[in-house]
Design a protein around this ligand. Structure first.
Ligand code: C2O
Ligand code: CU
Ligand code: CU
Length: 480
């Protein structure tokens, strides 16, 4: 059976957190999944945004927010090809919203900053799902408050399910060989409370924590069968980018990107996941050896690391995986054919748009109002300004440039193909359908605008470093 002490001795070379961490965070235990709320049969679900307390570390409990529980929300499973009725009740004492990040639904169901839910109010959008199976997520999106509200716990995972897991040969027993992992970093004060005091570096770079939190838990180990294990990775961190690998260097088999399955799996030893992105990988544990998912330091550094941003970090353990051979292994082979597809658009004659992601440095930044420190094409976000009106059913080529640091750009209501990164073909991990991409220098996208969004409820496009988004690095567009 699982003995954490024995197991960890094998991983002793790897520190557990970004910095040496207190014994508190090493309290043993098995990682659990968010509760599964399966709405594929009922066609409806209820989320209640509520207050609670969470014991992340031994030092004490923290006040937290969640949906239907004290921190984060359930994993919502909704059916592909159907309409699901959502009902969201806000019992918190400030406005929230629930944005379905990765769902291709109309602007009036998207849950962006124009669709806040006041205290005591209920919002009931219909989610009409016409897109393929994929792992998406949901989180609050109130302009100026998104970073703090998500930090407090207003986020959860969403699965679009088409019932074809068995046909594809993919592990699909929730929490056994099909793990949902919400990656977040946090800081805790001496009493165990979430510490979201932003330093000057946090205000520029985005918040970076010193403790790894998965599904709201610290220092846990995943216990998995001796077979093929699927990880649905969701980066729900405010700003941290995780360059992931496995501790023994073995390959991960990438099967899905943000918006669904690939045609064939891609073998990777390194997989970088930026805030807002989702990746699904299979790992082969048929040899029974215990390994760990590890991360290199946050790669986002400005001015050669002088402004902070992970300059002193070492690699750290994201999640140890302990193989329990007594658990039944449902799958022992990586399927060749996953049955999805990769975008292969034709760019000839496609209209183009230029997008620059801008930030001010140092004192220049500090002198600006918090909501104006960051901008897109030279203008900070304004709820009353629509950046672009786009014709429904069209395709556009977006050229994105970013200086100073890397920014994960996300577009609502669309799926895109990454055409190039830094003037070169995209990295293998970016060859599937995406809605969020890490822009390092320059990136070109081929974007498909298929869902309508009006002036009242336009779609957002923004940096998913939440402090940048709240600080003005966001714009909005209509489709119609
Ligand atoms: Cu995940 Cu506009 O957000
Ligand atoms: Cu989104
Ligand atoms: Cu950014």
């Amino acid at each position: 059976m699982f003995s954490r002490r024995k197991f960890l001795s094998g991983l002793s070379a790897l520190p557990f957190a970004m910095k040496p961490i207190s014994a508190a965070a090493q309290s043993s235990g098995v990682l659990t999944m968010p509760p599964l709320l399966d709405a594929t049969q009922t066609g409806r679900f209820l989320l209640t945004a509520q207050r609670g307390t969470t014991a992340f570390v031994d030092a004490g409990t923290s006040e937290t927010w969640g949906f239907n529980q004290s921190y984060l929300g359930p994993t919502l499973r909704i059916a592909a090809g159907k309409t699901t009725g959502a009902e969201i009740l806000n019992t918190l004492d400030e406005p929230i919203s629930v944005h379905w990040h990765g769902l291709m639904v109309r602007g009036d169901a998207d849950g962006g900053p124009h669709q806040t839910i006041a205290q005591g109010e209920t919002w009931m959008p219909d989610l009409h799902i016409t897109q393929p199976a994929s792992t998406a997520w949901y989180h609050s999106h109130v302009h100026g408050s998104t970073a703090r509200q998500v930090q407090n716990g207003l986020a959860g995972v969403l699965q679009i399910d088409d019932g074809q897991n068995e046909g594809r040969g993919l592990p699909n027993t929730y929490g056994v060989d099909d793990l949902t992992l919400v990656l977040q970093d946090r800081r805790f004060d001496r009493r165990g409370r979430i510490d979201y005091d932003l330093s000057m570096s946090d205000q520029m770079m985005g918040f970076l924590g010193d403790t790894m939190v998965i599904n709201g838990q610290v220092g846990r180990t995943a216990v998995v069968p001796r077979g093929i294990v699927r990880l649905r990775l969701v980066n729900g961190s405010n700003a941290r980018i995780y360059p992931l690998s496995l501790s023994d260097g073995r390959e991960m088999h990438l099967i899905a990107t943000d918006n669904g399955y690939l045609d064939r799996s891609i073998q990777l030893t390194d997989l970088t996941i930026a805030p807002g992105e989702r990746y699904e990988v299979l790992i082969d544990l048929t040899d029974g050896s215990d390994i760990a998912l590890v991360s290199a330091p946050n790669p986002n550094q400005m001015m050669g690391g002088m402004m902070g941003g992970g300059g002193n970090e070492t690699s750290f353990v994201v999640l140890p995986l302990f193989v329990d051979s007594t658990l039944p292994a449902a799958k022992d082979q990586i399927p060749d054919d996953i049955g999805g597809n990769r975008p292969q658009g034709d760019v000839s004659g496609v209209p183009e748009r230029k997008i620059t992601l801008d930030m001010q440095m140092g004192m220049g930044m500090m002198l600006r109002r918090a909501s104006n420190r960051f901008s897109i094409n030279g203008e900070a976000f304004d709820m009353d300004r629509i950046n672009f009106d786009i014709r429904s059913g069209t395709v556009e080529r977006w050229h994105i440039t970013a200086d100073m640091m890397m920014h994960p750009l996300h577009l609502h209501g669309v799926s895109f193909q990454v055409l190039s990164q830094g003037g070169r073909p995209p990295a293998a991990q970016n060859t599937g359908w995406k809605d969020t991409v890490l822009v390092n220098g320059s990136t070109e996208l081929l974007v498909h605008f298929d869902q309508d969004a009006s002036r009242e409820t336009p779609f957002m496009f923004h940096c998913h470093i939440l402090e940048h988004e709240d600080g003005g690095m966001m714009g909005q567009f209509t489709v119609g």
